[in-house]
Structure formats: structure tokens, C-alpha cells
Write a protein that binds this ligand. Structure first.
Ligand code: SGN
Ligand code: CA
Length: 529
């Protein structure tokens, strides 16, 4: 080759390199229920649609059997980064775990392979991010209003609404990055996490709507593990007066509302923000209090009112997420990045929107075991498809590595979804996923683990030595365990075998799932016990 031509080829190399390797845009939220994404087709899809997340679905694939390995924030995030279940990656709970940033993660491997790596928004893994060229994260859980951010430069206070700011920062980073390299950007919202604080522009959204109540809003917890009755995540009993339900001052109805925390987000607002908030909220609160004073509401009516307030604020937070997803997608279209970018929409776990009478997550029941996973990748993923393959958050890291042409390290427990994304699920794909939850003080959900196949779910509760078995085809709402039904004896036996096999495959040891549910200190952070 003539020297000049060689020089020209070398100068072009980074651009060619960038074109070869896909960019990866990981759009992630916190506690986003599948029932609050219209592409999943749940009962709220027409009343509270998510048109921008649905754009990804329309041009891509919706995974309908997508699960986490441990339905809680830090563990799910640590699993995504490492491709390993949380009992292996060292972050099994939000009660004192700290992420060991020296371990191998997919951003580190992509960085080595020439990617620019960036994380913006909620991180929640206690230690500083490693493997990122750029990071700008919320401290801990972060705030909705006028949030602080932490970056290598220190802590900075930003004025505005968190979901908008995270997207502003994401787009600014996409603009300023080294454009000769492919990128991975993890854009991670706080929303729609508790305490479900809507943006001011969405305060009146759904004002006139009455959302349908889930059939199990008044679940009696019979026919399943006795530990179900011990949890503290009920719409009826465990929503707080100030932070959750957004009343001001003293709790006037302690029989119906807990008083745990005042609304710290309101305190963070500027005077103008407070005024705009009050103009809408105060009259709504007064109307409820007047009805209470007049004795118009029976206890179940109060639960119904709380459900409406909860789900409306939650869906308003989702609306801001959806709008901001639209902004990023527009940016990809405008800059031409869309055609070579794998876009994922996901959330750290699912969430209860009143099903089983609950808010929050943690249980291995469908609503919180599920993770939204919607993927778009022009030329690879067939647009407008749905896929029932059993996938899990351990699969994300190997998928990103294979997409970038990087070898998958041996210790990774997940499988690359590349063939699945191409619509070619291998015949020897997994037949079951493994799940465990190790118990925490918050919400008093007992430790349990289990396996889920296409049709059945087996759960084990070590503190009470109970098995629960669900036939998801006949009982999709998981209202009655059939573990002691003789008609299911063979299924139970098979499922127990699968459970033992999965525990061996994933190196689960007896200490992974504590049996300490009824220990008087069970609810304390483990390091204090
Ligand atoms: C906080 C919330 C809980 C929530 C956990 C974990 N309480 O403790 O309701 O389950 O976070 O959420 S709050 O009163 O502080 O809002 S997670 O997303 O980090 O797993
Ligand atoms: Ca979460």
C-alpha cells in the first residue's frame, strides 16, 4: 500500500471501528411494573399509555418472560453489571451490601475493547462506579426534586425534576463523547421509585380517571405460605400519611396511615415549586379530609382511595420517564445513531400496583419477579415481535459482550441473548430460572427462593420450612399453592428436582437463604446481628 493511502486508512480506522461495533443504550428505571408499560398490554394500557417506550417495542422485541434473580435494587444492578447472581457477586441485599468494584463487569470489558462507557442516574451500589469513563450518579436512592449528583468532581446540587435532569445529562454526554468510539450509556432513572413524586407538569394528569382496581386488592393471603400475612407492604396498612400519601402536618387518621416519614421531597422544593404543588394538592387533600370527617368512607373505601392516589402518582412518574425516553430516541434519530445502536428498556425489578393488596416488590410472585425487557436493534431484531423465552438479568452482561465481539469470561452465569434477539432460541436454552430473596428489615418479606419454568413456580420458605407450588396456567394470579394437592404430586417432585439442580448449577449454599425469619433480630441489617 502506498504510504499516503495507508495514512488515510489509519485515519479512517476509528470511524470504521465505531461503525462495526454497535452502540449500547441501556435505558433503565427503578421499580417499573410491566403493568405500567402499554407495550406489555396490561389493564392500564389504554388509560395510561407509554407511547415512547412502545416505540422501542414497535421497532423491536418485547420479552414476556423476563425475570430478575433477586427482586431488589442493588442486587439486580450488581447482577446486570457482572452477569452473576447476587449471592455470587457479593451484593445479596440492600441491607449493608457494598459492591466490590474490583470484580469483572461488562463495562470494564467493553472499555478495554475500545468502548466509551458512561453511567448517569441511579446507581445505588454503595461504592463508586468502576469501569466507566464518565459517571454522574445520584447519591443512594436519590431525590425527585432538585436532586444532588455525585461525580469524580464531587457533589453537585441541580435544580429541576430528576427524570428530566438525568436525560439532559445523558444527551449532553452523547453530544460531548469521543465520537470515534462506540459507546455504552446506562441512563438510569430514579422514577418511578417510592415516594412517587410527579413532575409539576403532571400533577393533574389522570385527575378525572378512576383506575381499575386489581382483582386481588383485598387478597386475604390464605392458601399460601403463612409468611404472606407478616409482610408490611399493604396499600391498606403501610402507606404513610406524609411521604406516600402527601398530606401535610400531623397524621389525622393513624388507623389508616402510618406516620413513618414526612414528605422530604416537598421540603426540597423551591417556594415556586411548593406553590405549584399546593395549588393542585391542597384542594384534593381537603376533599378527602372532608369526606372522612363526614363519615362517608368505610375502611375499604379508604383503601380504594389510597390505591387511586398511589397508582396515579406512580403513573405520573412513569409519564415523565416515557417523555424522556422519547427525547433520547429522537436524539438517536436526529443524529443517525439509531441504526447502529442496541436500545434496551428495562427496570431493576417489577412492582405491585395493588395486586395482592401490595405496593413494593421482593416476592417471587409474577409482578415483582418480572423485569421489563424491550430491545430494538435495527437489522438484528425483527420489529414488532414478542418473545416468550425465559430470560434473566444474569443474561444482560454476556449479551452486551457478545454484541461487542468481546469474549464472555468463564465465571459469568448468564447466557448471551444474541441468538434469542435474532429470533433463534437454541433448543438447549434453559428450562427454568432460579430466584432468591434473602430478607430485609424493610417491608418484612420472609427469605425465600425458588424456580420458575414455563408453566410452574416452586417457592421455598426456609424460616417456616414451607413449599409453595403454583400452576401459572390455571392460577395466573398465584392465589392457591397446590404443593399438597395429590394431583400435582408428580409436578412437585419434578419441580423439586429442578430446584435442587438449579441450586447446584448456580452454587447456592445453605447459607445463601437465611432461615432467620422469626429470629427477634431478623429485621436488623445483617452486619448488626
Ligand atoms: C426504600 C423504600 C422502600 C423500598 C426500598 C428499596 N422506603 O427503603 O419502600 O422497598 O427503598 O427500594 S422509603 O420510605 O424510603 O421510600 S430499592 O429500589 O432500592 O430496592
Ligand atoms: Ca428498585
Amino acid at each position: 500500500m502506498r504510504p499516503l493511502l495507508l495514512l488515510a486508512a489509519l485515519a479512517l480506522a476509528p470511524a470504521l471501528f465505531a461503525a462495526d461495533k454497535p452502540n449500547i443504550l441501556f435505558l433503565f428505571s427503578d421499580d417499573h411494573a410491566l403493568n405500567a408499560i402499554s407495550a406489555y398490554g396490561g389493564p392500564l394500557k389504554d388509560l395510561a399509555p407509554t407511547p415512547n417506550i412502545d416505540r422501542i417495542a414497535k421497532d423491536g422485541v418485547v420479552f414476556t418472560r423476563s425475570y430478575c434473580g433477586n427482586s431488589i435494587c442493588g442486587p439486580s444492578r450488581a447482577t446486570i453489571l457482572t452477569g452473576k447472581h447476587s449471592h455470587i457477586n457479593g451484593f445479596p441485599d440492600n441491607d449493608g451490601s457494598r459492591f466490590d468494584g474490583s470484580q469483572t463487569t461488562f463495562p470494564k470489558l467493553l472499555q478495554k475493547a475500545g468502548y466509551q462507557t458512561s453511567i448517569i442516574g441511579k446507581w445505588h451500589l454503595a461504592t463508586d462506579p468502576t469501569g466507566f469513563d464518565h459517571w454522574d450518579i445520584l447519591p443512594e436512592q436519590g431525590n425527585y426534586y432538585n436532586p444532588d449528583f455525585i461525580s469524580p468532581e464531587g457533589r453537585k446540587h441541580e435544580e429541576g425534576y430528576c427524570t428530566d435532569i438525568i436525560t439532559d445529562k445523558a444527551i449532553a454526554w452523547l453530544e460531548s463523547r469521543d465520537k470515534s468510539k462506540p459507546f455504552v450509556l446506562m441512563c438510569q432513572n430514579k422514577a418511578p421509585h417510592r415516594n412517587w413524586m410527579p413532575a409539576l407538569r403532571h400533577m393533574e394528569l389522570y385527575k378525572e380517571v378512576s383506575f381499575p382496581e386489581p382483582a386481588t386488592l383485598f387478597d386475604n393471603y390464605e392458601g399460601r405460605s403463612s409468611t404472606l400475612k407478616e409482610q408490611q407492604m399493604m396499600v391498606a396498612k403501610n402507606l404513610s400519611w406524609g411521604a406516600d400519601m402527601k398530606f401535610k402536618g400531623e397524621n389525622q387518621y393513624p388507623d389508616f396511615f402510618t406516620s413513618e416519614s414526612p414528605n422530604g421531597e416537598y421540603r426540597r422544593m423551591t417556594d415556586e415549586q411548593k406553590q405549584a404543588w399546593d395549588e393542585v394538592r391542597d384542594p384534593e387533600n381537603e376533599a378527602f379530609l372532608a369526606d372522612m370527617k363526614a363519615g362517608k368512607l368505610k375502611p375499604d373505601d379508604v383503601t380504594r382511595w389510597k390505591y387511586q392516589r398511589y397508582v396515579k402518582d406512580y403513573l405520573r412518574c412513569v409519564r415523565a420517564v416515557d417523555e424522556n425516553v422519547g427525547r433520547v430516541l429522537d436524539y438517536l434519530d436526529k443524529t443517525g445513531l439509531a441504526k447502529n445502536t442496541l436500545v434496551i428498556y428495562s427496570s431493576d425489578q417489577g412492582f405491585y400496583l395493588g395486586e395482592h393488596g401490595w405496593f413494593d416488590k421482593r416476592w417471587m410472585f409474577e409482578e415483582s419477579l418480572s423485569m421489563p425487557f424491550i430491545a430494538r436493534w435495527p437489522g438484528v431484531v425483527k420489529p414488532g415481535t414478542r418473545n416468550q423465552t425465559l430470560i434473566q438479568n444474569i443474561d444482560y452482561a454476556p449479551t452486551f459482550l457478545e454484541a461487542a465481539g468481546v469474549p464472555i469470561p468463564a465465571g459469568i452465569q448468564g447466557k448471551s441473548l444474541l441468538p434469542v434477539l435474532k429470533g433463534e432460541t437454541p433448543a438447549d436454552w434453559r428450562k427454568a430460572i432460579y430466584y432468591f430473596y434473602s430478607g430485609e428489615r424493610t417491608h418484612h418479606v420472609a427469605p425465600h427462593d425458588g424456580v420458575r419454568t414455563d408453566r410452574y413456580k416452586l417457592m421455598y420458605f426456609p424460616s417456616t420450612k414451607e413449599w409453595n407450588l403454583f400452576d401459572l396456567e390455571k392460577d395466573p394470579q398465584e392465589l392457591k399453592s397446590v404443593h399438597d394437592d395429590p394431583a400435582y404430586a408428580t409436578v412437585l417432585e419434578e419441580m423439586k428436582k429442578t430446584y435442587e439442580q438449579e441450586r447446584r448449577d448456580y452454587h447456592v449454599s445453605p447459607s445463601t437463604i437465611p432461615a432467620t425469619r422469626f429470629n427477634e433480630n431478623w429485621w436488623k441489617p445483617r452486619h448488626e446481628n
